[in-house]
Ligand binder design. Structure first.
Ligand code: ADP
Ligand code: ZN
Length: 436
């Protein structure tokens, strides 16, 4: 198999060279962030660490972590390091409660992102000759636009379909001859079902590569989607706080994880309880420091995603470290049809509604390939005896509020007072019946 690289020199650079690039970028980053962003300066001062203390890559461990709450506390633009007139784009992702987390990009950041995304596409085997069908959602989420710019940077043809309307997606695939599909893995399976319903044989299409991410998926799902769509399925990882899609991507040797573009995103694995850095190969929480971002650099961001890092050389020739497929989270974040949902956000909505009690449960399931979410909530004593219409309105209102704040459609089930099981310790808010 011949391997094509997007930036061969950096992707195959021996570790010493790579580490020296990382170190000089890290030093610059820390100095710049310390100087320009007060919240970082305050935290570093409190930890007794100065930019000059970063002399080796191991010194990274001296720096304080950044967590999602830091983004919320500085909402919307408080962690930007450049004036807003240099910011050419913003994106947003779910926060843990009411406010989303906002990230920004300079023109150079967009270039960097397009480049790492082009690198990811190339890593999966795509070339400029491909018709790339982008079914990630366009909008405030990073998925759609992030992938789009990478497709154009690669020189391939971008088909910006965005999500939804499976029939139309398939017609386009057929008529335009889509060769590469970008979507969430669950949506890919959904497309396969629609194809089946439309009587279209995937072998009659031109699809050859799938680049699936934004939610966890298993090896079983990989087999299924490869079989049902007649393509090679690869995993892509990213998060808006670090950049968006393209932080890491599987090469065609999919058995050992995704190559991280670590000349831009420096990874660590920590023990989520102690914060201690773990040795290579050990499982723990993935932490990222951005090395080149201008508008919204981030230092030691705790992703809450659980993974491992493999530094052994890869058969594809890339020296970039590989991260294992995400195997879980350290918090209770759910991913519902590609959208991040925190139970605390649901609670936040419920707390603002008259007539319901703070006793609720979220039941997640999969209907075919589509995630479903049902919020069960207790109605207040006086309310329950009331007329049906009032209850129906309450139900609709909660649904709408959840849709507005979280961006997901859910079912609401109003239940009688005192019917949701009370816990003796930590409440079990989520019942996840999906078998991924
Ligand atoms: P996205 O648009 O990729 O969902 P967000 O910033 O909204 O970006 O969400 C990032 C989170 O999505 C990650 O922290 C991780 O939990 C999840 N995620 C993204 N890609 C993958 C992947 N390939 N496998 C598992 N989880 C993923
Ligand atoms: Zn490889």
């Amino acid at each position: 198999m011949t391997v094509a690289y997007w930036e061969e020199e950096i992707e195959t650079l021996p570790r010493v060279g790579l580490e020296s690039v990382q170190l000089s970028r890290l030093k610059n980053l820390v100095a710049r962030v310390y100087k320009t962003v007060k919240p970082y300066r305050v935290k570093m001062d409190a930890a007794g660490v100065k930019p000059e203390d970063i002399k080796t890559l191991a010194d990274l461990a001296k720096l304080p972590f950044t967590v999602k709450e830091d983004l919320r506390d500085n909402y919307p633009f408080g962690l930007f390091t450049v004036p807003l007139d240099e910011v050419v784009r913003v994106h947003a992702s779910s926060g843990t409660t009411g406010k989303p987390t906002v990230v920004g990009y300079t023109a150079k950041d967009i270039k960097t992102w397009s480049n790492v995304m082009a690198r990811a596409l190339c890593c999966a085997g795509a070339t400029k000759n491909d018709m790339v069908h982008n079914a990630y959602g366009y909008g405030l989420f990073t998925g759609g636009l992030g992938a789009h710019y990478g497709i154009e940077r690669l020189g391939a043809t971008a088909i910006p379909v965005s999500g939804g309307n499976s029939k139309r997606q398939i017609t386009i695939m057929k008529d335009f001859g889509s060769t590469v599909l970008l979507s969430t893995p669950s949506y890919a399976l959904n497309l396969a079902d629609s194809m089946d319903a439309m009587g279209i044989d995937p072998k009659s299409l031109s699809l050859r590569i799938g680049i699936f991410g934004a939610e966890p998926w298993s090896e079983n799902m990989r087999d299924e989607v490869e079989r049902k769509l007649n393509l090679k399925a690869t995993d892509i990882y990213g998060l808006s706080e670090v950049m968006g899609p393209g932080v890491a991507q599987e090469c065609l040797h999919t058995e050992r994880g995704m190559h991280i573009s670590e000349d831009h995103f420096l990874p660590e694995i920590i023990d989520p309880d102690t914060g201690e850095v773990l040795p290579p190969g050990e499982k723990g929480e993935l932490v990222f420091t951005t090395l080149t971002k201008e508008a919204f650099p981030i230092i030691r961001y705790r992703t809450k995603d659980i993974s491992r890092l493999f530094y052994e050389p890869c058969a594809c020739g890339r020296t970039l470290v590989r991260m294992e497929k995400i195997t879980g989270r350290t918090d209770d974040m759910l991913i519902i049809r590609g959208v991040n949902v925190f139970p605390s956000q649901v609670e936040h909505v419920l707390m603002g509604v008259d007539g319901v009690e703070p006793h609720y449960q979220i039941v997640v399931d999969r209907d075919g390939n589509l995630d479903t979410m049902e919020v069960q909530v207790e109605v207040s004593e006086g309310f329950f005896s009331d007329e049906i219409r009032k209850l129906e309105n309450l139900n609709k209102y909660i649904q709408m509020e959840i849709k507005d704040l979280l961006g997901v459609t859910c079912k609401v089930k109003l239940v009688e007072p005192k019917t949701i099981q009370r816990s003796e310790g930590k409440a079990q808010r989520v019942i996840d019946n999906r078998r991924i």
